[in-house]
Design a protein. Sequence first.
Length: 299
Amino acid sequence: MCAEPERPATISQNDKHDAQDQNGSGCDGKRGARRDAGKLHEERVSDLHGEEAAARTPRVAVSHSGGMNQLRHGVNALQVGEVELLLTVTSGGTAVHLAHVANPEDAGRAAVHEYYFDANRRSAPLELSYDRAALLAARWAPMTLCGREWAVMIAGEGGPLSELNDEVAFAPTCGRCLSIMDKLFPAPAPDQRLPLIAKLGADSILEHGHAEVRDVPGDQQQTLRTAVRTLVRQRAGENCRSYVQESVIFFVSEAIYAEHAEDNMRAAAEAIDRALTGGDLTPVHEPAWRLSWDTWNIS
Ligand SMILES: [Zn+2]
């Protein structure tokens, strides 16, 4: 009789299919029975460095927790907010693309073809490294974000999908897919005081040619810069540039400023000097073109 003394403690009870393989060539029940889980684990790790063992041993068969059940990996996907994106490759292509989840009314594709789990390919690491149900779930759109038909999920943390291809990837390399993914990041919710401050900033630019807004939170800066520029363009038909130094945003419309050059020269020179030298930004006085985000807290 040969029970499962050689069976490493790190292999889960679900791996019945591979018990025979793991027992390998010998059946040394007495020797194996005396081993504790820690010893088995050490040998398991050591074995992984041997080529022969590597061929029959999945990379993740040894969990890093040492003795706990192995962890099977799901699909190789990125989570962007609420959106899940599968890392894929196209047939014959080298770039790593992204595919989103199929619309509910459309038929989805599995991350890998069932062929990858074919019993004849049992020696491949896929079966033990990856969650079969997760990889075969037909839930992905057939096209990449950039509009290509993808072939298969690229391997990820679970290791190669087959012994013939050791390529793994953890991020897309297709520029088009990347730029589309960037747009999926949710924009920060605009603060309710933002429209008012944008209007006051634009008022100041129209009157003086420039404005300065202090204490602007980082996640509101880009929205405020865009809002002020848009207002100045709408109301005066002029362009407006903005510069950021930490929490302070400087706005300058050169065309409008030129109309008020003489009046504004001294104040603007002071502001620019402070911005460029990183000097003390504490105002000596509060000119009309200087605004503070905190002053207008209406929340
Ligand atoms: Zn792409």
